[in-house]
Design a protein around this ligand. Sequence first.
Ligand SMILES: CC(C)(COP(=O)(O)OP(=O)(O)OC[C@H]1O[C@@H](n2cnc3c(N)ncnc32)[C@H](O)[C@@H]1OP(=O)(O)O)[C@@H](O)C(=O)NCCC(=O)NCCS
Length: 441
Amino acid sequence: MTQTTPQEQQSFVSFLREASPYLRAHRGQTFVVYLGGDLIDAPGFPLVVQDLALLCGIGVKLVLVHGARPQIEARLAQADVLTTLVGDLRVTDSATLHEVRPAIALVRYTVEAQFAQVAGPCQIGAPGLRVTGGNFVVARPVGVIAGTDLQFTGEVRKVDTMGLRAQLELSDVVLISPLAHSPTGELFSLNALTLASALAIELSASKLVLYTPEAAITDQQGVLWRQLTVPELRAAPAFNGPPAAILDNALRACRGGVERVHLVSSVQDGALLLELFTRDGVGTLISNVPFDQLRTATIDDVGGILALIEPLEAAGVLVKRSREKLEREIGCFEIMVRDGMTVACGAVYPYDSERMAELACIAVHPDYRRGGFGAALLVALERQALAAGVSCVFVLTTQTTHWFQEQGYVRSTLEELPIARQALYNAQRNSVVLVKKLSAR
Ligand SMILES: CC(C)(COP(=O)(O)OP(=O)(O)OC[C@H]1O[C@@H](n2cnc3c(N)ncnc32)[C@H](O)[C@@H]1OP(=O)(O)O)[C@@H](O)C(=O)NCCC(=O)NCCS
């Protein structure tokens, strides 16, 4: 047996410490997870099931929605059944449905069999996790699209949320297949992704997790975005990354009130755990941050920023800035605007020669604090810094050290700062220096 090295022990301890707030935060929350058919046939699927079982073990309520597209396609090809697609939807005639049913059933058994092999939440060595299914979803036909009748292709009409919640209370994993009946008893084939987002909305899930081979979003400049908000996703002209259907359903879920949608790699081992239990994650987080606009400030925003920061300057929390200085530096500021009012601001000052940038003048209006605005703003500022070619950001603070530490900043020393900034350090203020190395975000 190999002994763990002191470094391995230390990294284990550090990881558990970093994960502990998330363990607490996720307990009792409902997550809806989409598992594509390709993932279920992949060699790494048993490990994905182990990760999902771990979530159950810490008290997450799990609803899984599985797809079966490659399995259905293989079966249709074997049976020589030709089908047509209208957009992303297959026309399901009787012959197609005949093949779809067993293909989906087989995928379902595969998932159930995997869960049978992992320990249940309460008992080590006891029979595997219980997976429940049932007629929780009522379907209706999609109908005629662009002149084509999609026949037995359906969509969600109603979800029995009470029934689903009752199963989740029993610590069962609920597994939903993309087949559902209409009230008249006809069977319909559903799109699994759309089904997952609909369930997340109906259950008011705190997270929708979408496994996808390509979980990273890069913009046109090649900058990797690990977190983005619905307005940012909508406003961006183009992205490289996950298929449009994934992004469409992520947006749909956010619009429907799901707080967070995580795009998680279906090829990276442990991607779900890294995404949920580490500060920076490894996938892409799309969140419905409840502010109307996050954008770079313009000269017209000077008044709004001053109204926000002047009380904090008077209290000595922020360094005083004159209107003239603010006007000169306005392009460095990012602001959040709600109902026309500037509710948060912050600035990025790059020091090009050292590939560092100072984040400064970070403030959230008192009425909007503790709503995640500060954290979201910081992410936006870090992203601006990254786009400017910066690899390390720093802050100087007198009263907010712990908050920055919670956002991944570590204490540093004056000597670590750019020389030009060291010269400007105000010894009387005696600010604490904190730094953060930026990974692609
Ligand atoms: C610091 C600040 C930007 C945080 O904004 P926010 O939108 O409230 O932040 P979030 O919602 O992301 O985080 C809130 C959490 O941070 C904590 N927090 C806020 N200020 C803190 C501080 N000074 N020290 C430690 N924790 C702090 C809150 O208690 C809350 O945690 P809790 O809900 O567990 O109690 C905001 O409080 C602010 O504007 N403060 C005054 C200006 C300031 O200090 N700016 C930094 C200058 S360098």
